[in-house]
Ligand binder design. Structure first.
Ligand SMILES: [Zn+2]
Length: 324
């Protein structure tokens, strides 16, 4: 009975925090812009998401903590309308349109440094906007229902919150000042990339930023706690009959990104490599429903085990292949 009461209180608190988060307004992330941000898509609805949708639905991650907690099943991904997935409060209407227009509507030319830069900008904007929202929501949850957490649960929660705070207040402002300086000066030589096209639709769409150290990330952080964390962006952009793949990073992180420079579309295990990054390093992955539907319950559980952690788990390259 007591346990049931506790669960009820937690659910009520999560519901409230969820509602408050929906109402919260954020400024456009362009420096000195004072407009409110709108909901932008980190993955384009037209062309990109449409190309993997069935009945206008794709399989994507449930964003609501309330949902995750309320259903005692471990399905992290579910079918959602394409209008609702991969959205984030990042830019005002004007900046969202003007900054990204060169890569909209299937016009992306992955040979161009500028287009690679815009993919990096979109990925880092999405990461930052998601984390700033997450930070406020998690603080709110701790305030509202922290007293119902177990001792261990609360400790883990606070540690995770501290990580998000560090990112939002220290790392992200540095990254954003760098990318907006590049956008303004058009010095594309300050980014590096390895990008290519595979001539078919791989059935999966994803935009993410991750650490080049992957499973050794925390170890690197412990030894370099005063340094900015290197990161790279990864975009997997399907269209009706091809998929564009882009790994992009700031040139100052070149020394840490050699592994990504060498990835080549003709290498034998290319699909497994892309599969790992799209599923294990991204919380923003979208999958064609019939493709996801082919996996068994065990295969899905194995993928879930690798999703969403701060550090990558070893063995991520052996998860079931989802890409077509
Ligand atoms: Zn703006």
């Amino acid at each position: 009975m007591r346990e049931l009461q506790r669960k009820k209180k937690i659910l009520a608190g999560l519901g409230k925090a969820e509602k408050a988060a929906k109402r919260r307004k954020y400024k456009c992330i362009v420096p000195e812009c004072n407009e409110d941000s709108i909901k932008s898509h980190s993955q384009q609805k037209k062309h990109q998401l449409e190309s993997i949708s069935e009945d206008s639905q794709v399989v994507a991650m449930k964003k609501s903590l309330y949902d995750v907690f309320n259903r005692d099943v471990n399905e992290l991904l579910k079918e959602l309308p394409i209008g609702e997935v991969s959205r984030f409060s990042g830019y005002c209407n004007q900046h969202d349109t003007s900054i990204f227009s060169p890569i909209e509507n299937g016009n992306i030319d992955i040979q161009k440094a500028e287009h690679n830069f815009l993919l990096l900008l979109r990925a880092i904007s999405h990461e930052y906007a998601t984390k700033r929202g997450m930070y406020d929501r998690q603080k709110d949850i701790l305030f509202k229902i922290g007293e119902y957490f177990s001792y261990e649960g609360r400790r883990n929660y606070e540690a995770s919150l501290a990580g998000v705070k560090y990112y939002v207040e220290k790392d992200a402002p540095y990254y954003l000042s760098r990318v907006f300086r590049i956008l303004e000066s058009k010095k594309w030589s300050e980014i590096s990339f390895n990008s290519f096209v595979i001539e078919r639709n791989l059935g999966v769409s994803s935009t993410t930023c991750f650490s080049p150290f992957r499973e050794n990330h925390s170890e690197w952080m412990r030894e370099n706690f005063d340094k900015v964390q290197p990161f790279l962006s990864f975009s997997l952009l399907p269209e009706s009959n091809r998929t564009t793949i882009a790994f992009v990073w700031l040139s100052e992180f070149d020394d840490h990104c050699n592994e990504f420079k060498e990835i080549c579309k003709d290498q034998e295990n290319i699909l497994n490599i892309l599969n790992t990054y799209a599923l294990c390093e991204s919380e923003d992955v979208c999958i064609k429903p019939s493709v996801w539907g082919k996996l068994s319950k065990n295969q899905r559980s194995e993928i879930y085990r690798h999703m969403g952690g701060r550090d990558s788990l070893p063995g991520a390259e052996h998860i079931p292949l989802v890409l077509e």
